[in-house]
Design a protein around this ligand. Structure first.
Ligand SMILES: Nc1nc2c(ncn2[C@@H]2O[C@H](COP(=O)(O)OP(=O)(O)OP(=O)(O)O)[C@@H](O)[C@H]2O)c(=O)[nH]1
Ligand SMILES: [Mg+2]
Length: 1116
């Protein structure tokens, strides 16, 4: 606990205005945990000598070994400034992109953040991400520019150069904040405009005045930016234990020089210099070639300290400095062979970083009571719902949030952002604590008694042996005692065993924060899942009911009792009885009620909090299995625990029965596997190679061949030829014409559909990908209309949908796409994917997909029967394409004809509804290949023409549409799409060549290379296929001796240029590639790998050179 007692912290927890909840955010390796160490050391929890070396909050073994943080962890610290005591709940977060979901869980619980930036590396990709995350959560940031020592020791900058360098870094950070701010103002402006309908106003003279200023001018943004004179920037070197804000120096020099500290505060940072003669501070240091005050008063001192201690090791000068600063340094440190020890001994006394950072935090960051109304509304309104559309009782809770009161009457509102596993040994109730004096004497007494009993027993046994043989009257007590003794030991052994098992059990602790009221041990509360709907519950529950009543079951709501409350102290937990509003805490005993995150409240009107903003996309998947098949149940249980313990990892069982683990990246995968092995399953497991996702698409026919010869007419002939050839392979009932239109008839010959596949422009695909949520909302709306209900969509979302439609129209230009947007039938797969089903059937007008945008009902347009079956067929076709059963992307299927010969059997249509889809989906999967379709055809013919024997008609139509889509897809040039990572690699000039070598070996492409200003580092931006990325970071690190370490971030999908089905056709191609064309075809390689994994047929020659082998055989 350090030198603050638990009682002290409990008392501080009650003073909401003096609490600060904050997290440390930064790019990987910029020094968050090192800085946290310094802050922790200020509370005496670790020794200040070890601060920066211990990395106390990196409590996992693999965190220590790899040197990166993998989870966010909290610690409560005590700090006094200006005579006021503060409680600081500090959360350290990981910077590695694989664990960015952990950052989201931390940011949600805080009111402020310390953003750390490396003074050499400056703003890096993750710095931007965390600034955005802080922004999205409306929390206030302060800045720490860390590792200033590197400017002195590594880059060997002069103090003047360093000043310019620091200015640049500050500009970079402010530029990121500026962009965030601008986009927000513009958005608000757009909203305001929508409210007043138009920004066009008529002035007195009747002229139209258009106000096209964006509103940026009027909005005050001065609070937003980081600037040392505003006191929200600290310059530090966490490893050497020093840090300062210009406030400290302003105080120091105002005493020394008699200048008012308010003047110094304004001038210590900026273009000011000291005119010694006039005894004045003047502006224009740069133009006059003078030293700015910041350099003269601050940096020069630090530079000369480093010079004396580290570079020149000038003992006399050091001693002089130490005495002039009034510091005490132990002679042991003075004599130490490593100058860094002396340096940190001096600096941590002179400019202790904890003092600078913590006083900035207390001054500049808000207390929990200062939560803004805007933030509360954001937290309370989930998804597309507007805050004012929530039930009245729910809206009333806003006041509770704003009050942040710890009154008895205030409703309890707690948010759990993640669940983390702790060993039961680490729980405070199971911890061994030193015995009190009383207990010791009690134990002594007990031992004495036992000893006395034993002696009495031996004495009586002796007397028994020496007594007369005929003594039948002697009681059999000792024997009986033996039996009971034996029994006792047995039961004892049993209980020991169970406690051992108990001890090994994982306990989950919820990482949470109280927003209102007081949580108590033993209190009963509602646990509200992310999908809980308060309006539904308020209707179903009796008025004024409480948690302890017997209540009807409400979806996504459960009741439970709070088992235990903990104070989070890094590696340790301390038990608490109650926690008042505004504090971060751990809650035990919720593992059966909460999977990953939840809201806890005593009021059923409480809405679930908005889901966390996760930045990472889970993309790396592996199949796992136990080494010994009999241990499967253990693995399943372990995976379930892992799923609960990690905010980002997903665990699924695929249709094939494989247990699949989906993770954010390679490092995350490794950690998940380690956790499974050592913690959750405790068995040996083997993991498959990562399963790499692909997408399938079609492209326009190429204009040049593989040797860059213009294809011209000759190729067209070839294409037709090819189509003809393929047609001969097609089964009966399928017709493909030369333009790629596929006509297919259902087995009962009652319906024929004509489908064509058209590649979507790239912009459209991106647009669809970016607007998945909007498409989903539209889909929900249309579904509710079909069911006769209405769904209220907020104005903002409607505008976004309108915007999306306009954009889509502007991208789909040209003859081919005339009116296409209005004729969109569906999106797929899963009704929201990046593929389009287009209604090009003459004479069929179906209700528009954009119904939600229509203000009044337009002319009657009805759904034809079986409309749904066509859409379902499309969904299935886009879920798994013909190349390797991967989802499609960027394909438009245009249904050009749909002829029906029957009068609709209504009853059958009803038999297929939304619910029956998943089952169908699985069925269709196994039946996917054209060959099986073929089989069903012949079976159909043999069975005659009765309708029934083919099953329900809707089913037949679904299958027919699906097959038609697949053939239509195959009639076009097909391509695979690969998932791509972007990475930014920072490397010095010497290792640049090696970085390039590794990149090109792995099919990477360099997008940009630039020199980082003021350093000798190069920044290379590159893209790299996910398929080639495994081991990339390691390889780069090894080849550059650890100088470059890239982070991979999923970026986009990219078409692989080569055609997997390519064979040489033109003469030039034969000449260039030979008849077999066995030079590597990357796309074919990927496709076959996927097909093999899925157990699909792979066309490969096993014996390549049969003749040669025979000759060899003969020669033997
Ligand atoms: N020269 C120098 N090195 C530092 C300083 N602060 C931290 N480091 C070093 O930077 C490396 C990374 O420090 P960490 O504190 O683990 O960085 P982090 O930001 O917590 O990293 P992640 O949690 O993995 O994102 C360690 O090797 C530290 O010793 C500093 O002020 N100066
Ligand atoms: Mg760290």
């Amino acid at each position: 606990m350090g030198h603050t007692s638990l009682e002290r912290i409990i008392a501080l927890q009650k003073k909401t205005a003096h609490i600060r909840n904050l997290c440390i955010l930064a790019h990987v390796d910029h020094g968050k945990t090192t800085l946290a160490d310094c802050l922790v050391a200020s509370n005496g929890i670790i020794s200040s000598r070890l601060a920066g070396k211990l990395r106390y909050l990196d409590s996992r073994e693999d965190e220590q070994i790899r040197g990166i943080t993998m989870k966010s962890s909290a610690i409560s610290l005590h700090f006094t400034t200006g005579g006021v005591e503060f409680l600081i709940n500090l959360i350290d977060s990981p910077g590695h992109v694989d664990f960015s979901s952990e950052v989201s869980t931390a940011v949600r619980l805080c009111d402020g953040a310390i953003v750390v930036v490396d003074a050499v590396e400056g703003v890096c990709p993750q710095t931007q991400v965390v600034l955005r995350q802080a922004w999205l959560e409306n929390i206030r940031p302060v800045l720490v520019i860390n590792k200033i020592d590197r400017l002195i020791v590594e880059l060997k900058l002069t103090s003047q150069e360093a000043y310019i360098h620091l200015q640049k870094i500050l500009e970079q950070v402010n530029a990121v904040t500026g962009t965030l701010f601008t986009s927000k103002v513009l958005e608000e402006r757009a909203e305001k405009d929508a409210g007043s309908q138009s920004s066009c106003t008529e002035n007195e003279s009747g002229d139209h005045v258009y106000d096209w200023s964006a509103g940026l001018e009027e909005t005050d943004d001065s609070d937003l930016y980081f600037s040392p004179d505003r006191g929200n920037v600290v310059f530090a070197s966490a490893i050497d234990g020093w840090g300062f804000s210009i406030h400290q120096f302003a105080e120091m020099y105002s005493q020394k020089m008699g200048i008012r500290s308010s003047v110094l505060l304004k001038t210590l940072w900026g273009d000011f210099y000291l005119n010694a003669k006039a005894k004045k501070i003047m502006k224009g240091a740069q133009s006059k070639g003078k030293k700015p005050l910041f350099v003269q008063f601050i940096l020069d001192n630090i530079w000369s300290m480093y010079d004396a201690v580290v570079t020149r090791r000038d003992k006399e000068k050091v001693e002089k400095m130490v005495t002039s600063l009034g510091l005490k340094v132990m002679s042991r440190d003075l004599r130490h062979s490593d100058p860094k020890v002396l340096l940190s001994a001096i600096c941590s006394q002179w400019l202790p970083v904890s003092q600078a950072v913590l006083s900035m935090v207390c001054e500049k960051l808000p207390s929990p009571a200062e939560i803004s109304a805007e933030r509360v509304e954001k937290l309370m309104s989930v998804g597309a719902r507007r805050f004012d559309s929530l039930p009245d009782k729910t809206q009333e809770l806003k006041k509770a949030f704003l009050d942040c009161s710890a009154d008895e009457t205030a409703p309890v509102i707690v948010f759990v952002s993640k669940m983390f596993a702790v060993d039961s040994k680490a729980l405070p109730q199971n911890k061994q604590r030193p015995l009190t004096q009383e207990e010791i004497s009690q134990r002594r007494e007990l031992a004495r008694q036992r000893h006395a009993e034993k002696q009495a027993a031996t004495q009586s046994a002796e007397s028994l042996a020496s007594g007369d043989a005929g003594g039948a009257s002697i009681p059999a007590a000792p024997a009986a005692a033996c039996v009971t003794d034996a029994l006792c030991t047995q039961t004892e052994a049993l209980s020991v065993k169970t406690t051992v098992e108990e001890e090994n059990k994982e306990h989950f602790v919820a990482f949470a924060r109280v927003y209102s009221g007081v949580v108590r041990k033993g209190q009963r509360v509602f646990v509200l899942g992310p999908k809980y709907d308060p309006s539904l519950a308020l209707r179903a529950l009796p008025e004024g009911c409480s948690v302890s009543d017997v209540l009807p079951s409400i979806p996504h709501m459960s009741c439970c009792t709070v088992d235990s409350l903990y104070l989070l102290m890094g590696r340790e937990l301390e038990e608490l009885d109650e926690v008042p509003s505004g504090n971060v805490l751990g809650i035990g005993g919720l593992e059966d009620f909460i999977l990953k995150s939840a809201t806890i409240s005593t009021s059923p009107a409480c809405p679930p909090f908005t889901p966390l903003n996760f930045e990472a996309t889970a993309i790396v998947r592996v199949a796992v299995e136990p080494k010994h098949p009999s241990e499967m149940p253990k693995l399943v249980r372990g995976m379930k625990l892992l799923n609960q313990a990690d905010p980002c990892a997903e665990v699924l069982i695929q249709e094939t029965g494989e247990h699949v683990l989906v993770t954010a990246g390679e490092v995350h995968l490794q950690r998940c596997l380690d956790d499974l092995r050592e913690r959750f399953a405790k068995i040996e497991i083997s993991a498959s190679k990562p399963i790499i996702p692909f997408r399938e698409t079609v492209v326009r026919p190429p204009r040049v061949d593989m040797v860059n010869e213009d294809l011209g007419k000759q190729q067209k002939v070839a294409v037709i030829h090819q189509v003809k050839e393929e047609q001969s392979k097609n089964p009966d009932g399928v017709q493909v014409d030369s333009s790629g239109l596929v006509s297919l008839t259902t087995p009962n010959k009652m319906a024929t559909v004509g489908v064509r596949a058209i590649p979507l422009p790239e912009d459209v695909t991106h647009l669809l990908e970016d607007n998945v949520e909007l498409i989903r909302t539209m889909e929900q709306f249309n579904l509710s209309v079909r069911e006769g209900k209405t769904l209220v969509i907020s104005q903002k979302i409607l505008e976004n949908i309108q915007d999306f439609k306009v954009k889509l129209e502007s991208h789909l230009q040209g003859h081919k796409w005339r009116n296409a947007v209005d004729h969109i039938w569906a999106f797929g797969p899963r009704r929201c994917g990046p593929n389009i089903l287009l209604n090009s059937i003459e004479g069929y007008r179906r209700p528009s997909l954009w119904q939600c945008l229509e203000t009044e009902k337009t002319e009657s347009s009805t759904l034809r029967d079986f409309d749904n079956s066509i859409a379902s067929g499309f969904q299935l076709a886009t879920l798994a394409g013909p190349m390797c059963e991967e989802p499609l992307m960027g394909v438009c299927f245009s249904v050009e004809s749909w002829d029906m010969k029957i009068s609709t059997p209504v009853a059958q249509q009803d038999s297929i509804d939304e619910d029956s889809q998943p089952a169908e989906l699985n069925d269709e999967h196994s039946d996917a290949s054209p060959a099986s379709a073929n089989r069903s055809w012949s079976r159909a013919e043999a069975a005659g023409s009765s309708v029934d024997c083919y099953g329900p008609f809707s089913g037949q139509l679904i299958a027919a549409v699906k097959e038609a889509c697949r053939y239509a897809f195959q009639a076009k040039p097909q391509r695979l799409m690969a998932a791509m990572y972007t990475c930014e690699i920072m490397a010095t000039a010497e290792v640049l060549g090696r970085v390039y070598a590794v990149l090109s070996k792995r099919e990477g492409r360099v997008l940009q290379e630039e020199m980082k200003e003021g350093t000798d580092m190069f920044i290379i931006k590159a893209v790299l296929p996910v398929a080639e990325s495994f081991g990339f970071a390691d390889e780069i690190r090894k080849r550059t001796s650890g100088l470059a370490s890239p982070q991979l971030i999923f970026s986009h999908w990219e078409i692989i240029g080569s055609d997997p089905f390519w064979v040489p056709t033109t003469e030039e191609e034969y000449l260039h590639f030979g008849e077999k064309a066995d030079s590597t075809n990357q796309a074919l390689k990927y496709m076959n790998a996927v097909r093999k994994r899925k157990g699909l047929y792979v066309e490969e020659k096993i014996v390549e050179h049969a003749e040669k082998q025979r000759t060899l055989g003969k020669n033997k």
